[in-house]
Design a protein around this ligand. Structure first.
Ligand SMILES: Cc1cc2nc3c(=O)[nH]c(=O)nc-3n(C[C@H](O)[C@H](O)[C@H](O)COP(=O)(O)OP(=O)(O)OC[C@H]3O[C@@H](n4cnc5c(N)ncnc54)[C@H](O)[C@@H]3O)c2cc1C
Length: 266
């Protein structure tokens, strides 16, 4: 196996260009599970952990190499709450937001937040840069639009993030658990509300009808909260698998979204 250890972005892009099918290794918390347990045998690896440019975090941009440990201590509440639910302290110290996007699991815990705020994913290769909206980048369960030789550079947010943000996830335990369902709700000062859910569809799902209905309500009543919950449950597309049934996921989505909405309204 050919392993390259670039120390800056230029070298990392050059290494990815020289071996366009090389596997990118960030924190390794997904990739090494594949190597250790599922027979993944990359012929070439570009290890990007030492690339300082990927660890940059500016106002509206988070580098792909930023770890959950930094996200959980950061100033973006929805993302911090999501990061706090990931794995264990060891996983949060190694795992990165770029790796969560790279894996593009329906259960990736940062993804509902990125979907709720309409974040974009910045990709770069020696040929140039592409910026894809989250739903252009995540194309299916564990599939994304990254091309050969491209690196995920980071995520970019719109100019203004909603001040009120809340994230929650349901699993079989309260820690070290992959989400059975996860949800992020945001609300702007003008009432605009966004709802994104994870683990209840092939990719993160925005509950657009529920968003539209509740955004028009300046003071939601018990009846509108109930209707909001019903619409969310109606809009998800869960499956039954070894973690949960589709029915439970659907029910949990409605309950969780309503609780988060009440949190951002209070
Ligand atoms: C015990 C355990 C618990 C976990 N718990 C959770 C959890 O609660 N929630 C959750 O969401 N996830 C969880 N995970 C999964 C994992 O920690 C996350 O998905 C994490 O974000 C992966 O990041 P990483 O830096 O380790 O990525 P890696 O494993 O290094 O890479 C993951 C994938 O992304 C690609 N990649 C990484 N960075 C880039 C880049 N910059 N450019 C291009 N491709 C890139 C890699 O090639 C690979 O395909 C858990 C994993 C373990 C082992």
């Amino acid at each position: 196996m050919d392993i390259t250890l670039p120390r800056d972005l230029e070298a990392a892009l050059a290494a990815a260009a020289a071996a366009p099918d090389a596997t990118i290794l960030a924190g390794g918390t997904d990739l090494m599970v594949g190597v250790n347990y599922h027979g993944v045998r990359p012929s070439a690896v570009v290890a990007i952990r030492r690339v300082a440019e990927l660890q940059e975090w500016e106002d509206r941009f988070i580098g792909a190499g930023v770890t959950y440990r930094r996200l959980e201590a950061g100033p973006i509440p929805g993302l911090a709450q999501a990061a706090r639910t990931v794995g264990s302290p060891q996983i949060r110290s190694a795992g990165t937001i770029g790796g969560n996007l790279g894996t593009a699991s329906p259960a990736g815990d940062t993804l509902p937040f990125l979907a709720a705020v309409d974040a974009s994913v910045v990709l770069r290769s020696t040929a140039g840069e592409r910026v894809l909206r989250w739903d252009e980048f995540i194309t299916g369960p564990k599939r994304n639009a990254r091309g050969p030789g491209e690196l995920i550079i980071g995520v970019r947010f719109p100019d203004r993030l909603p001040r009120r943000q809340a994230f929650a996830k349901i699993g079989v335990r309260s820690a070290m658990v992959i989400a059975i369902a996860s949800c992020c709700v945001t609300r702007d000062e003008d009432g605009t509300t966004r709802v994104a859910l994870g683990s209840v569809g092939p990719t993160p799902i925005r509950a657009r009808r529920a968003e539209e209905m509740i955004s028009a309500e300046s003071r939601p009543t018990e009846a509108t909260l109930t209707e909001f919950s019903r619409l969310v449950a109606d809009e998800v597309r869960p499956i039954t698998d070894h973690r949960s049934t589709a029915e439970y996921r659907r029910y949990a989505s409605g309950v969780m979204a309503r609780r988060l909405l009440e949190r951002v309204l209070s």
